[in-house]
Design a protein around this ligand. Sequence first.
Ligand code: AMP
Length: 176
Amino acid sequence: MHPVPISEIEAAIRNVPDFPKPGIQFKDITPVLADGRLFGGVIDHLLEGVRPGSVDKVVGIDARGFIFAAAAAVKLGAGFVPVRKKGKLPFATHEQSYDLEYGSATVAVHVDAVQAGERVLLLDDLLATGGTASAAVSLLEKLGARIVGVNFVIELGFLDGRKRLGAHPVRALVRY
Ligand code: AMP
């Protein structure tokens, strides 16, 4: 039962042309977050089919992924784990680099953030090329996590990002 239709969530996502650089249409989810009903609806949809007790950790990707993953973790009674940009986590980390259009980026996770065999749900706001999410998946696999799902609010389907996430189940609420 979903009191909030996905069409309402989609209608609240704001398109900002040419941000952060010319030619990029930024999908701004802050209007969704600012509406308590829509925010709650997004979390409900992201957790559709995920029973409390079926996930040990919800992992969010820096930075907007934290917002959804933290709310989802509380709702499931699971722990929250941040995958952060390199240089932000204070304790010992594993790091994974990935290619960007120009140059590369690196994400990191604490070495003890997930125990081997734990069931993990990975969340982020948006799947574009899949570079960020696949780097996060690599980190979680290094820790021995069992990835039960990789869920996004938004997927830019024309970029084929889900191809980079291997056999893991990928879901997105709104697809462009
Ligand atoms: P990618 O690694 O190409 O899949 O990019 C995904 C990351 O970049 C996500 O964490 C998004 O938050 C961000 N991102 C990429 N493209 C956009 C966009 N058009 N609008 C908003 N965020 C984006």
